[in-house]
Design a protein around this ligand. Structure first.
Ligand code: ADP
Ligand code: MG
Length: 572
């Protein structure tokens, strides 16, 4: 795990080396200053040589300035290193998620991916920067300071170090307490967030039930919990900070008193005593740093593990090494003894055989859950068949590259997803390099012109928040316009107009018929009026394909379709 973590430093080797060496230099300077002060008091001062004192002061000033600029560099480069690593990881994760297959999105919560791409990576970035650097510097200064103290005076050094185990105990205790408190706090803030998200996206439901007070009550509870845990964490923090403060001050006092005694017995010079007091600070600072690391490391590592878990989920649908790029498909589709299930338990399709001729419009009808959508999802390889094969123009779709296959299949569903952006951008999603004329042409063919004219900024109108400002029929027309731009050989209309009222549907129908021309088209619909113009009707039930033929043939057969026909037209 650590080895994999460090592999992310590779592209930034130079930055890391530069940052690290500067940090080591800062540490060394910090170790040297008290010695310089001690020499100043013991040697320079008694000599009373003002010129020497001035020179040494300037030297010290120079060293202080050097140390300061080095610290600036360490802070800047170090964080830059952390951010670089964080950005690399975020990029890798996003690209990885883009490559994932449908089954991945079926099983992964959006919120989880989001928190990995944001929070987790932030924690990892912090650890990447502070981890190795701070640990090394802390150990170096601690050992260095203690060693110098020992060489100055063994007895006094031992006295100063007595407090260290207590400090470590205090810090560890506080850390454990704080970790629990932070964890609880993260849980509670997640609850608060979930509540906000729920009641905002469900605001319409809340208000229609006039349940605002209920929502506020539930939110208040969660909000208070969050406050409680966070206050608890700060209480522990305040306690440990005070504890550390008193311990370090007391030890300075003890060192001062005992040092005074030693110095009266001529075992210690004044300069050495001052150096000692200064070294106590150098000695305790790393402990602080290490304790911060103790908090950062488990958090960062946990985040890194979640990151690699996601990264190690290989995409299920991939190109075969010898996959062909198919430039233009005629659109003859054949299901050859196809069986499929989403998980390995319950089969959804078993042994389906079906042939769609090029340019034909085939309607799929049947009860909900029969597998109509599933049949359509197999054609662009959103999922792979478990048995059998699907061929287009006689070629197994698994022998084509995913990209070339999908570029020739267009899908319009009931829910049209609109991206945040302008109307033009949303139409052009069907062909990213479409010219202005092409977009206008497609919009005209999709009967969008009247919609565009009604918008304040026309094509430049922002369609915010999932196109909330557009009606179902308008969104559907955008989807159709996208298809005109994409110009696929195969078109799938999966209940594209089911959510619309019959009047709106009739308005769009013309555009859809225009779109279907010259393409092999699969139409799924419940309303039989929608599929009146289909060349063929396939009835899908849970048992498989029950009926297959023209309208006339199926009515003649007097089976499921004929029955459906009777029910719907008698109702009307
Ligand atoms: P239809 O479109 O005919 O209403 P579907 O093809 O959507 O039917 O669904 C067929 C069966 O597969 C149903 O039992 C449904 O619960 C199941 N199913 C659909 N999508 C998924 C999925 N993503 N994961 C698991 N099961 C699914
Ligand atoms: Mg469906």
């Amino acid at each position: 795990m650590l080895k994999r973590f460090f592999s992310y430093y590779k592209p930034h080797k130079k930055l890391f080396a530069a940052d690290f060496s500067c940090a080591v230099f800062v540490g060394l300077l910090e170790l040297g200053f008290p010695l310089a002060v001690s020499w100043f008091i013991d040697t320079l001062l008694p000599e009373g040589n003002w010129q020497a004192i001035t020179w040494v002061s300037f030297l010290l000033l120079f060293l202080y300035l050097t140390s300061t600029s080095l610290q600036y560099v360490v802070n800047y480069w170090g964080h830059k290193l952390g951010i670089n690593i964080e950005t690399d990881m975020r990029q890798e994760l996003f690209e990885h998620v883009q490559r994932q297959s449908f089954s991945f999105f079926d099983n992964t919560k959006t919120g989880h991916i989001m928190s990995r791409i944001t929070n987790d990576l932030f924690d990892i970035g912090e650890m990447a920067h502070h981890g190795p650097e701070d640990l090394f510097i802390a150990i170096m200064t601690f050992i260095g300071a203690f060693w110098i103290m020992l060489t100055i005076n063994v007895k006094l050094a031992l006295i100063a170090i007595i407090v260290v185990p207590f400090l470590i105990w205090l810090i560890t205790y506080a850390n454990i307490k704080m970790n629990t408190a932070w964890k609880a706090m993260y849980g509670n803030i997640a609850e608060v967030n979930a509540r906000v998200e729920d009641s905002v996206s469900g605001a319409r439901v809340v208000q229609s039930f006039t349940n605002e007070k209920h929502e506020i009550k539930r939110f208040t509870t969660d909000n208070r919990h969050y406050r409680q845990t966070k206050v608890g964490a700060y209480k522990v923090m305040a306690f440990s900070l005070s504890g550390m403060y008193i311990m370090t001050r007391l030890i300075v006092l003890v060192v001062l008193v005992f040092g005074a005694y030693l110095s009266l017995n001529n075992e210690l010079t004044y300069g050495e005593l001052v150096a000692f007091v200064l070294y106590i600070n150098v000695l305790f600072k790393p402990i602080d740093k290490i304790s911060a690391l103790l908090e950062m490391y488990p958090k960062g590592m946990a985040g890194f593990r979640r990151f690699t878990d996601l990264l190690d989920q290989a995409p299920v649908i991939t190109d075969r090494p010898d996959a062909k790029v198919v430039d233009h498909l005629e659109g003859e589709i054949e299901f050859d003894h196809v069986s499929f299930s989403y998980d390995d338990q319950k089969g959804v399709l078993s042994d389906i055989s079906l042939k769609l001729n090029r340019g034909e419009t085939v309607a799929f009808v049947g009860p909900s859950g029969a597998g109509k959508t599933t049949i359509c999802s197999l054609i662009p390889r959103f999922y792979d068949v478990k048995e059998g094969a699907i061929k287009i123009d006689g070629i197994d779709i698994r022998d084509m590259t995913k990209e070339s296959l999908r570029s020739q299949i267009g899908i319009v569903q009931q829910d049209v997803f609109l991206f945040t952006g302008t109307l033009r951008e949303n139409i052009a999603y069907g062909k990213l390099d479409a010219t202005e004329e092409e977009v206008m042409e497609a919009a005209k063919k999709a009967n969008l012109q009247s919609v565009v004219d009604g918008l304040p900024l026309g094509y430049n109108t922002q369609i915010g928040e999932r196109g909330l400002k557009l009606s179902g029929g308008q969104k559907q027309r955008i989807a159709i316009a996208r298809m005109f731009l994409k110009d696929p050989s195969i078109l799938i209309l999966d209940e594209a107009t089911s959510a619309l009222d019959t009047e709106t549907e009739a308005m769009i129908q013309g555009a859809i018929e225009e779109l279907a021309k010259g393409r092999t088209t699969l139409v799924i619909a419940h309303r039989l009026a929608t599929i009146r113009k289909a060349d063929r009707v396939v009835v899908v039930t849970e048992e498989g394909i029950a009926e297959d033929g023209t309208h006339a043939e199926l009515l003649e057969k007097d089976g499921i379709f004929a029955n459906l026909h009777r029910v719907q037209y008698e109702q009307v």
